[in-house]
Design a protein around this ligand. Sequence first.
Ligand SMILES: *[C@@H]1O[C@H](CO)[C@@H](O)[C@H](O)[C@H]1NC(C)=O
Ligand SMILES: *[C@@H]1O[C@H](CO)[C@@H](O)[C@H](O)[C@H]1NC(C)=O
Ligand SMILES: *[C@@H]1O[C@H](CO)[C@@H](O)[C@H](O)[C@H]1NC(C)=O
Ligand SMILES: *[C@@H]1O[C@H](CO)[C@@H](O)[C@H](O)[C@H]1NC(C)=O
Ligand SMILES: *[C@@H]1O[C@H](CO)[C@@H](O)[C@H](O)[C@H]1NC(C)=O
Ligand SMILES: [Ca+2]
Ligand SMILES: [Ca+2]
Length: 399
Amino acid sequence: MRRVWSSTRSKWVSLCLLLVARLAAVLAEDGNTADGLLNNGDFETSPSGGFSNDGLGDGPVTVPSWKSNGTVELVESGQKQGAMFLIVPQGTHAVRLGNDAEISQGAKVEKGTLYSITFGAARTCAQLESLNVSVPPASQTIDLQTLYNVQGWDSYAWAFQAEEDNVEVIFRNPGMEDDPTCGPIIDDIAIKKLFTPDRPKDNAVLNGDFEEGPWMFRNASLGVLLPTNLDEETSSLPGWIVESNRAVRYIDSYHFTVPGGKRAVELLSGKEGIISQMVETTPNKQYRLTFSLGHAGDSCKQPLAVMAYAGDQAQSIHYTPNANASFQTANLNFTAKAERTRVAFCSVYYNTRSDDQSSLCGPVVDDVRVAVSRSNRNRLGGLRLMFGLGYVLCVLVLV
Ligand SMILES: *[C@@H]1O[C@H](CO)[C@@H](O)[C@H](O)[C@H]1NC(C)=O
Ligand SMILES: *[C@@H]1O[C@H](CO)[C@@H](O)[C@H](O)[C@H]1NC(C)=O
Ligand SMILES: *[C@@H]1O[C@H](CO)[C@@H](O)[C@H](O)[C@H]1NC(C)=O
Ligand SMILES: *[C@@H]1O[C@H](CO)[C@@H](O)[C@H](O)[C@H]1NC(C)=O
Ligand SMILES: *[C@@H]1O[C@H](CO)[C@@H](O)[C@H](O)[C@H]1NC(C)=O
Ligand SMILES: [Ca+2]
Ligand SMILES: [Ca+2]
C-alpha cells in the first residue's frame, strides 16, 4: 500500500520536474531574440509624441525600442531633402543617421553561435556613404557607394559570431559631411541564427546549394547583397566568402528564377564580384566541378557567362540553355594539387537589366559540387580488375 503510494508520488514528482524543465526550456528559447525583424526594426512604431511630419531640423528623436546617439531622425516617405525625395525602403518610415550618429538595440543570442543581420539602406546626399555595422567586438564598414539597383536602396547582410549571450547591434554613420543630415537611411533590420549544413558525403562543397544564408523577407523583392567578407568563419553564406570589393546578390525563388531549391547566388559586376570556397581534396586526384548556371528571370541583358575556377583550372562558360530551361549544368575537370583547393565563380560581363538599363544583374550559380571524377574511379576500377586478373593468372600458373 505504502509502496504504491510512494511510487505514484514519485511519478508525480518526476512529471512535475519534467514540466518545470520543459517550461524552463521554453522560457529560455523565448528569451532569445527570434529570427526576423528586430523590435521596431521597420521603424513603423510611432514615438510617444507621434511622428513629426516636418522631419528636418528637429534634432534627435526617441525611436521606440532603439537607443540613439547623435543626429538620428525618423524620416517619412515623400519627405524631401532639398530637391531630392528621400527613399524609404519599406513601409512609410525609416531612420536617417547624421554624421557620427548611431542607433543600437540589445539582442539575446546564444554565445558561440553565428548570426546574420539583414538591413535595408538608402543613400541621401553625402558623397562617400558607408555604414559601420557592429556587434562589439565584431564590426564591418559597409560601402553604400555603389547603387546596385534603380530603386535607390538595397538590402545587405553581415554576420557575426556571438561572444556573449547579450549583445548590442549597432549601426553607425562614420561620415563627416559638411551637412550633418546627409547620411544613410536604414530600415527593415532583421536577425537570423545561421547553421552550418553538413558536408554531403559525395560532395566536397559546403552549402553548395546555397539554401542556408541570411534572413530574407518573404515579400522583399530585391534579394540581399552579400558584401566583401574574407572570413569564412563569419560569413552570412556559410562555407563561402565574398573575396571581391563588390557584392554578390543572394536571391530567392519567390522573386527570382532559381535553378534548385529556394535560394541561389546572382553574380554581379564582372570580376568585381567573386564568391569562393576552399574545399578539401586529395593531391593528384582528379576531380570534377559541376554547377547549375542560369538566369535570374530579372530581364538581365544577355550574354550571360561565368568564369569558374577550380585549382589551377579556369574556364569561361556561356549561358546557352536548351529550349525552355532556365538553367544548364556546367562542369570543369581538374587535378587537385593540394589538400585544399579553391573553387570560385565570377561573372564574365557587366550586365544590367534591359528594363531599367541600370540595375546590376548577372548569371546565377547554384548546386555546386566537387566530386572525385568518374574517370578516376573507372581507372581505379580498371586497376583493381587488372590486379584481380593477375591474381587469378598467378593462382592458375601455381596450380
Ligand atoms: C555619444 O557619442 C559621443 C561621441 O561619439 C560619445 O562621446 C558619447 O559617450 C555617446 N553617448 C552615449 C550615451 O553613448
Ligand atoms: C565600427 O564601430 C565599432 C564599434 O562601434 C568600432 O569598434 C569600430 O572601430 C568601427 N569601425 C570602423 C572602421 O570605424
Ligand atoms: C511585407 O509584409 C508585411 C506584412 O504583410 C508588411 O507589413 C510589410 O510592409 C511588407 N514589406 C514589404 C517590403 O513589402
Ligand atoms: C516550353 O514551355 C511551354 C509552356 O510551358 C510548353 O508548352 C512547351 O512544350 C515547352 N517546350 C519545350 C521544348 O520544352
Ligand atoms: C570532364 O570529364 C568528363 C569525363 O571524363 C567528360 O565527360 C567531360 O566532358 C569533361 N568536362 C570538360 C569540361 O571537359
Ligand atoms: Ca519602414
Ligand atoms: Ca539552391
